[in-house]
Write a protein that binds this ligand. Structure first.
Ligand code: FPP
Length: 253
């Protein structure tokens, strides 16, 4: 029996009028990629930065307005100290290396998460890049660092409670927009397409509120192997889905 040839999605086949406005990615599989090659996990993360670069470039070329990457979760602090240190060093060196490219390509860098828990070196580099790219407007690249969605929601509840206590907001006026304004992602639209690499089919405490109506796309590709082609495949699949937002098919068409 012959399997039909799987046609590669060409960038030209994508419908530029139906692009997701916000893509979020759970970059998973760096460790397994390294293990498969008999290498240490740090090399997996190092190669993961190449996929970050390629994905940012592909999104900017396509005209995606927002890209959010899950780079370090609140739970990742529980990894061996050596691995945490390696990831932090990689962040600093990547930020140093990429600042020029971000500027040249008019990309604004932003960060979400419990940033005060990051080492001062990371925070310093991060705020430098955020400051120097703040007026860029082609695309917003958001790094989720020391990020956990439950922590973000807890923080939101606390901030709103304080405002209620101080009579800045009344309980009756709390609605979805008030919650949105207090999330770390306050200036970002909801996620349209969530991609997770490495074959795992979990959300892992990422943007729980913001993905309420996102299309989920899981691929077995390990993050260091993720290329522009894989991104086009994900967007092509997204464009085939009917997003009904609770309505009927007839209402949509
Ligand atoms: C998950 O793979 C990946 C991470 C926890 C870190 C992601 C970091 C990078 C891609 C590099 C730095 C990022 C930027 C933005 C410059 P894993 O280690 O959980 O893989 P495994 O599940 O195979 O063990």
């Amino acid at each position: 029996m012959f399997l039909p040839t799987i046609k590669k999605v060409d960038i030209k086949d994508l419908n530029t009028k139906k692009l997701p406005k916000h893509i979020a990615i759970i970059m998973d599989g760096n460790g397994r990629w390294a293990k498969q090659k008999g290498l240490i996990r740090a090399i997996g993360h190092q190669n993961g930065t190449k996929s970050v670069r390629e994905t940012v470039e592909a999104c900017a070329e396509l005209g995606i307005e927002n890209l959010t990457l899950y780079a370090f979760s609140t739970e990742n602090w529980n990894r061996p100290k050596l691995e945490v240190d390696t990831l932090m060093k990689l962040l600093v060196s990547s930020l140093k290396k990429e600042i020029k490219t971000l500027q040249e390509n008019n990309i604004k860098l932003s960060a979400i998460g419990n940033l005060k828990t990051l080492p001062s070196k990371v925070n310093k580099e991060l705020s430098d890049v955020i400051k120097s790219t703040e007026n860029n407007n082609r695309m917003t690249l958001t790094l989720a660092l020391s990020y956990g969605s439950r922590e973000e929601l807890l923080n939101t509840v606390k901030e709103i409670s304080i405002k209620v206590k101080n009579n800045i907001i009344s309980t009756e006026n709390i609605d979805e927009s008030i919650i949105n304004e207090h999330l770390y992602t306050q200036n970002l639209p909801d996620v349209d397409l969530l991609i997770r690499t490495s074959g795992e089919q979990r959300i892992s405490n990422f943007l729980l509120w913001q993905i309420a109506y996102a299309e989920l796309y899981f691929t077995k590709i390990l993050w260091p192997d993720f290329t522009k082609q894989h991104l086009y495949d994900a967007i092509s699949e997204y464009q085939k889905r009917e997003r009904r937002f609770g309505k009927t098919s007839e209402q949509i068409s």
